[in-house]
Design a binder for this molecule. Sequence first.
Ligand SMILES: [Zn+2]
Length: 362
Amino acid sequence: MRTRSWLSAVIVLFASTADDAGAQAARDTSESTMRAMSTLTGPGWHAQGDGFTSTLTYRWIFEDRLLEAVNELQDGAGRVIARYHGEYAWDPGAREIVFWTASTAGELHRGRASWRDGVLWHEATVAGGRIERYASALRVRDGRMEYFADYGTGTATPELLGLAPLVYHRQTGAAPAGTFGQQVLEIRTASGTPLEEHGREQLRRLIATYDVDRWLFTRTVQIQSRVIPHSHPTLTLNTQYIQNDTAQLATFLHEQFHWYLSAKPDSAMHELRGELRSRYPNAPDRGPEGARDLDSTYLHLMVCTLEYEATAAVFGREVARRTLESWRHYTWVYRTVLADNEELVKLLERHGVSIDDASVSG
Ligand SMILES: [Zn+2]
């Protein structure tokens, strides 16, 4: 009896470990595949069709896991003629993106989707509507979104892209986007490649979508592929996170907080470093655990705490935590910032350092 219960405990342990490994693999795949959906989120999309308009809005329910899509169709007089509400989710069993959409008229679409060559392909069956199936493709480029659909087939092939698309543009004005980004930010590209231009578009959109005005301590930003992001002399971001808004905005805020701290009196910074040194005497003095030297590691305890607080203010604490946990640089710093968050925030505040401190902005 004792042997059996011991054995079953081992089996349970083994099974749960295997589950964890499986869940991890599924999560990795889900994130890399679903994350591309971030190109769709943000301000809504608006298209003028033949006798109708369509407004499409995408929003994360669980970041990189579950995406909501809402489509509202209006006639020429502005009356709503149909609303579609759907969700995309990663199916870890089938290892593909699945989606479903319901309409106010009782139509139900069910299907699967995949990203190939920068295009989101859909294959769906329809119940309760005039059609039974369709294949469609969504292509985002140059700030436009093109929607190609064939209602005669349920198989998505490259031929779809030869059809006349319905063209969507980002909504402006009434969208929440108009609320922010009133402060002028000059965004340059290092060499003007299409990738860097995309990076510039992304940052413009992020600044317009999220309320980060109060953390713009430098107004000149450069987008440069294949460099490590840095703050001085010009705040520079790369194009690694062009598909990951959260990561790009967190990185941007990180570099902005370097500017914030560099405007603080030397005496305050000296005292802060001293306190951090006595609190963390064994901090690493090199990467990837620490920064390039001990001084920089202590500086990054401050910068990364501010990065965490600001990212949490924008995206919520869970998303902020997941973003900071994913960094492969300053790993000890980020671990410490996440573990000792409350103490570090209080320590910084005692020296007048916080994300709510507007004294050096403007
Ligand atoms: Zn830094």
